[in-house]
Design a binder for this molecule. Structure first.
Ligand code: AMP
Ligand code: GLY
Length: 420
């Protein structure tokens, strides 16, 4: 089978690593990919918004499956566009409507309400209902959560203690702080608990659950400082006992899949449930229509199944024949980032020491080749993943290797998994 994987981050590097192990794979292309993905396939530079260019490549290279890593092409409708042209192409990622579970927070909240999926109480407002929004905020107790409806590169969520400040921020959002993404804003109650990430592969009717993970979004140790794309992750998550696991399946995953089916949404791909455990009960913080990053970097290394076979099964209706197998070991990933991230940071710093790494997997995130050298090319630069019997041992290996890799401004959290 020939596969085209779309994306260029640590998530796509771990996808490429995992896909390349499948005996079913003939050729793997990654667009645009990065120096890490090149080890497992061929990087190609396609303008994926240009459907003519993309279609030509799919035809010329006899692509059987397209896997869409990031959310934005999905929200922008890549599934429907390709499906119209290539009815037999296996596209991993939902239709435009399915992608709205991530692309529109108000759509997602309405969906959850309709299908009884537990989530924070909320109301959605546009600029025209600013007065109603003020009234709603004034009626709330506890911190106020403001969410720009559309994609805002992970920055569209504000948690504010003070009502007056929340109203001022809401005004700024309506004035364009997050662009069009903030034309509608979800105002919701704050949920106090510990977060975890659940991933399923679904064909829109059935699902299989992948290993559970937890990511560390804050830049600073002890979960302090600004939110980032993710500074590290751990899988499995020990606080998820049988009771919470059963509730997660029965109260969250099953009604979500059932809703997708009842609404007749074409969905063949991953659903990433961003969940929070509030006193033993799971609530949905957000849906994503793709794998997590850096969660993929711990989930795929633990997954024993052939990923190509699993993904193919959502198209030939054999998903239920698969049993998800994963090792008993713990995976930890530590992200090496550029100093300053998630605010201003510099790129183009030479990376050295990768040849000294032992006992860890290295997934490239923001790197590129320049004049024969490997240099930094993003905030999140490299993901170091280690597997061991305990998370302490896995973290120790990550940290040992983090020391061996060098670039100017290198920064990483040394406490990934500290709260588990
Ligand atoms: P999101 O982009 O929806 O994942 O939100 C970003 C982060 O904001 C989440 O990972 C949570 O840490 C936090 N968050 C979002 N919604 C809530 C909520 N209702 N209560 C508490 N924390 C939240
Ligand atoms: N790690 C969070 C995300 O991928 O959105």
């Amino acid at each position: 089978m020939n596969i085209l994987l779309i994306g260029s981050g640590g998530r796509e590097s771990s996808f490429a690593w995992k896909l390349s192990q499948s005996p079913l794979l003939d050729e793997l292309f990654i667009s645009p990919g990065n120096p890490g993905t090149k080890q497992y396939g061929t990087n190609v530079s396609l303008d994926i918004d240009n459907i003519i260019e993309l279609s030509k490549f799919i035809k010329d290279r006899k692509i059987d499956m397209v896997i869409v890593g990031p959310e934005s092409p999905l929200v922008n409708g890549i599934y429907n566009k390709l499906k119209d042209l290539f009815p037999k192409l296996m596209i991993i990622g939902p239709s435009t409507q399915g992608a709205m579970l991530e692309g529109s927070k108000s759509f997602a909240k309405k969906f959850m309400k309709e299908f009884g999926v537990p989530t924070a109480k909320y109301e959605a407002f546009t600029k025209d209902d600013f007065d109603k929004a003020i009234e709603y905020i004034n009626s709330m107790t506890g911190p106020i959560v403001l969410k720009a409806d559309g994609l805002a590169a992970g920055k569209g969520v504000l948690i504010i203690q003070d009502k007056k400040e929340a109203i001022e921020e809401l005004k700024k959002i309506f004035e364009g702080k997050f662009g069009e993404a903030g034309d509608t804003v979800v105002v919701e109650e704050f949920l106090d608990g510990i977060e975890y990430s659940v991933f399923v592969i679904t064909d829109g009717k059935k699902f299989k659950m992948l290993p559970i993970a937890k990511d560390y979004k804050r830049v600073g140790e002890n979960n302090t400082g600004l939110n980032t794309g993710g500074m590290g992750a751990v899988s499995p998550v020990p606080f998820i006992d049988d009771d919470l696991m059963i509730k997660t399946v029965v109260k969250i995953i099953q009604p979500t899949i059932s809703g997708i089916w009842q609404k007749d949404i074409d969905y063949k791909g991953f659903i990433f449930f961003g969940l929070i455990n509030v006193g033993g009960d799971p609530y949905v913080i957000e849906y994503n229509c793709r794998m997590g990053d850096p969660e993929a970097e711990v989930v795929f290394p633990r997954l024993k199944n052939d990923l190509v076979e699993l993904l193919q099964s959502v198209y030939d209706d054999t998903l239920n024949e698969h049993v998800i197998k994963h090792g008993p070991n713990v995976a930890v990933t530590v992200m090496l980032t550029s100093g300053g991230y998630p605010e201003k940071y510099e790129k183009g710093k030479e990376i050295t020491g990768l040849d000294k790494v032992k006992d860890s997997l290295i997934f490239h995130a923001g790197t590129k080749e320049s004049e024969g050298k490997l240099v930094t090319n993003g905030g999140r630069v490299l993901a170091i993943t280690s597997l061991a019997e305990t998370k302490e041992k896995a973290l120790e290996t990550c940290l040992k290797n983090a020391e061996l890799i060098n670039f100017e401004g290198k920064y990483y959290r040394k406490d990934i998994g500290f709260d588990l």
